[in-house]
Design a protein around this ligand. Structure first.
Ligand SMILES: *Cc1c(COP(=O)(O)O)cnc(C)c1O
Length: 824
């Protein structure tokens, strides 16, 4: 592997001011600098004197990429030579964000790049801003897949991520007059210097048609076919140990242009097949916990899953030559049910193409596949109308029936009654018949995991009660994690340096070593240094918000942050109601010592989710009113930052003082935002939900503020005739806040705008906003009291950073590797 010497880079002379200046200082450019200039000329086609920043951006990535490719090739060779098992992570979403800073940092080349660019008068931080966010995900599930890919490479585990190369990905959010407007994300408009198209890895994917039996073998004759072609992106692990592959599929028609039709004047008809193929990879359905019912969504799922499974089996046969050893050489992890048709597709390949007996195939399938469940929300559990599924995938439907008959006979033998059989069946027979993708994934996998301890227990008690009783060893827990490279080192270099000065470098390779900070939790100097970094991060965020939104914020105020998908169960509405109550209190009691707060919101709402979009409008309506009210002046500001994505998270999280993790207990499977905030020294205000429960255990009760009903209490209240109206009438603050919102105080242009939203709380309050309000409000005043005691707050900050190293995705992936994939 080519290695550019860091020594040469250090030899660049500095001007007296310490800054590198172009031309005026004669300097001997580093090898890496020379490489960038060569790349700029020969690959970008620009003279360094004429090059624009965007040209330098491309040249920087190409030059870095050359280094990465060497490591990539040697990683691939190493895997091949060792004959080890490969992990395949199938996910509809990979929310990877920008890659330049991540790749530089993991390759250990940040300084070299900074110096090389500085020699041309360029600032790396500015060049980084030219990179579009690869927004190929909705939220937590997609970001988890991205963190996992980085940890797999870091732990030196041979792995491929498989997904879709969406041309437009997740929509870009603009806020017009307070309302969300969805625009296509054009992340590929200027090309993508990270990717490699692999034309040789192309597979035919069929839809529809008929199934015949020829010589006792089923033969599927699809009515339509498209081609899936691999596009690879390298994923660099920490310290460049290993580079793995993110393989995303793109679609094309077998016959992209029907020339006869075109020449006959049917210009559009001639292109129609290509348009159909394009539609498969055009957009990501913007719904993370709400099954999109569209046929196109099922087509997308089958398209990428079939291409991936075919690629996995092809690679196995090429290297091993024996299909029976697949489970020893391949572990296929299904990220939620979106790829669960993999079970049927793998069975089809084993039975129809490799002509195994059904029993043998079923054994191989189960030993190869494992499944991660991400949600208990009934509306988010994927099911497909049986006629649709059968029309699109007739052979898979037969296979699913065959699996089902096996499973149901097993269940009957084990003593299940009719109700239990009905719950276990792969076909939902209540009402319109539907195919249950979660049940298919469950029975086709040897491991079914939840993503936090509480969620895993609830899985056993709710969605999978009967399947769990039948297969009691299958469900296990793997609490989520986040990569500390992106979510600490890269997004918060200031804090990283302070930690390094305090406890040395071990935590960079093992986040659990952050616990060395515990010995310094009461150290005033460390507290002061961390507070200085937080302040600097807040000043930077204030600058960003001023520049992009024109709003001026006070960096000395507490930054109270809730950034995540907008969803009723996440309860941005509870936060907004409390904000209104606080606004009211500040105006009524101006003599009290209020802690100045900036309430920061960000997040996208699914385009068809009416109430979520209304919550965005409400946040903006409240912001306009509060921010322009001189009587609360410096004490309260509200801001909704548009277009939440990974890059925005990387700016906001290091600047947060308080992390809002306030979902209705039992509804957030894990959350990962909660982990990122704690790692960056924010205190959490939250419910006992998802991973908050485990964060509390790690940081200690004194260093987190917990409020509200538990999951069990929520279930009890719902079962036992909860009357929200009584709760509201019993709380002066709550009824006043709700009546302000409902009566149009924040929406004088349309006083009825929020009548329905508030009406829902009075009527049923499904998400328990009223039930939790008093407890939440009291918890906020507890936060105020803690903030007022500076040394106490600082100590809690250190305790949070010190004790959340466990939530590194390296730990999570280590558990998957040992318990599920058997690769460590
Ligand atoms: C971490 C992250 C999420 C998940 O946030 P939660 O608070 O766990 O819902 C969503 N989107 C982005 C961009 C993230 O970085």
């Amino acid at each position: 592997m080519l290695k550019f010497s860091a020594v040469a880079a250090h030899a660049v002379p500095k001007t007296p001011g310490g800054l590198h200046r172009r031309a005026s200082v004669p300097s001997s450019p580093s090898e890496f600098d020379k490489h960038i200039v060569r790349v700029l000329r020969h690959r970008v086609g620009k003279d360094e004197r004429a090059a624009k920043p965007h040209d330098w951006y491309n040249a920087s990535i190409y030059a870095l990429r050359d280094q990465i490719i060497d490591a990539w090739i040697s990683s691939t060779r190493r895997t091949y030579e060792s004959g080890g098992k490969r992990v395949y992570y199938l996910s509809m979403e990979f929310l990877i964000g920008r890659l330049l800073r991540d790749a530089l940092s993991n390759m250990g080349m940040t300084r070299e790049m900074e110096k090389a660019l500085a020699a041309h008068g360029l600032d790396l931080a500015e060049i980084e801003e030219y990179e579009p966010d690869a927004a190929l995900g909705n939220g937590g599930l997609g970001r988890l897949a991205a963190c996992f890919m980085e940890s797999l490479a870091t732990l030196d585990i041979p792995a491929y991520g498989y997904g879709i190369r969406y041309v437009n990905g997740m929509f870009r959010q603009r806020i017009d007059d307070g309302w969300q407007v969805e625009l296509p994300e054009t992340w590929l408009a200027h090309g993508n210097p990270w990717e490699f198209e692999r034309l040789e890895s192309t597979y035919r994917i069929g839809f529809g048609g008929e199934v015949d039996v020829e010589n006792e073998v089923a033969v599927w004759h699809p009515a339509e076919q498209v081609e899936a072609t691999a596009v690879d992106t390298p994923v660099v692990g920490w310290r460049g140990k290993r580079v793995n592959t993110l393989r995303l599929w793109t679609a094309s028609a077998l016959d992209p242009l029907k020339l006869d039709a075109f020449n006959a004047g049917d210009h559009f008809g001639a292109l129609s097949e290509q348009v159909r193929a394009d539609s498969l990879v055009r957009v990501l359905y913007p719904a993370d916990s709400n099954a999109a019912g569209q046929e196109l969504r099922l087509r997308q799922e089958y398209f990428f899953t079939a291409a991936s499974v075919q690629d996995i089996v092809r690679r196995h046969m090429q290297y091993e030559g024996d299909i029976h050893t697949l489970p020893e050489k391949a572990a296929i992890q299904l990220n939620d049910t979106h790829p669960s048709v993999a079970v049927a597709e793998l069975m089809r390949l084993l039975v129809d193409i490799h002509q195994l007996e059904f029993e043998d195939a079923w054994d191989i399938c189960k030993r190869t596949v494992s499944y991660t469940n991400h949600t208990l929300l009934p509306e988010a559990l994927e099911t497909w109308p049986l006629p649709l599924f059968e029309r699109l995938l007739p052979r898979h439907m037969q296979i699913i029936y065959a699996i089902n008959s096996r499973i149901l006979r097993e269940a009957r033998k084990a003593g299940c009654d009719d109700a239990q059989i009905a719950a276990i069946s792969l076909i939902d027979e209540t009402g319109e018949r539907r195919v249950r993708m979660a049940n298919l994934a469950f029975v086709g996998a040897h491991s079914v995991n939840g993503v936090a301890a509480l969620h895993t227990e609830l899985m056993k008690e709710t969605v999978f009660t009967d399947l769990h009783r039948l297969y009691p060893a299958r469900i296990n827990n793997k609490t989520n994690g986040v990569t500390p490279r992106r979510w600490l080192q890269q997004c918060n270099p200031g804090l990283t340096k302070v930690i390094r000065d305090a406890i040395g470098e071990d935590f960079l390779d093992d986040a659990a070593r952050l616990s060395d900070l515990n010995a310094l939790a009461a150290d005033a100097e460390l507290g002061e240094r961390i507070a200085e970094v937080k302040h600097a991060n807040k000043v930077a965020l204030v600058g960003h918000i001023k520049a992009t939104m024109g709003l001026r914020l006070n960096p000395y105020a507490m930054f109270d942050v809730q950034i995540k998908r907008i969803h009723e169960y996440k309860r941005q509405l509870l936060n907004l109601i409390e904000t209104v109550a606080l606004y009211d209190q500040i105006r009524s009691h101006p003599e009290r010592d209020w802690v100045p707060r900036v309430k920061i919101f960000a997040g996208k709402a699914a385009s068809s989710y009416h109430n979520a979009k209304l919550v965005i409008k409400l946040a903006n309506d409240i912001a306009r009113r509060v921010n322009n009210d001189p009587t609360v002046g410096g004490l309260l500001k509200v801001v909704f930052v548009p277009n939440y994505n990974v890059s925005l998270a990387e700016k906001i999280i290091p600047a947060a003082d308080l992390s809002e993790q306030i979902s209705t207990a039992g509804m957030e499977a894990s959350g990962t935002g909660n982990m990122k905030f704690a790692l960056n020294g924010a205190l959490t205000i939250g419910t006992l939900d998802g991973a908050n429960v485990e964060i509390k255990e790690h940081v200690g009760d004194e260093n987190i503020v917990i409020f509200g009903l538990t999951a069990e209490e929520v279930a009890q209240r719902r079962a036992g005739g909860y009357v929200p109206r009584e709760v509201i009438e019993g709380s002066r603050e709550l009824s006043q806040a709700l009546s302000m919102i409902a009566s149009g105080v924040f929406s004088p242009d349309d006083p009825n705008r929020y009548a329905g939203l508030v009406g829902g709380i009075f009527d049923h309050d499904w998400f328990m906003c009223a039930a939790d309000f008093e407890s939440y409000s009291a918890a906020q005043r507890q936060v105020d009291a803690k903030w007022a005691n500076k040394s106490l707050w600082r100590e809690s900050t250190i305790r949070n950073i010190a004790n959340v190293g466990w939530f590194s995705s390296d730990r999570t992936i280590g558990e998957y590797a040992k318990d599920i994939w058997k690769v460590l």
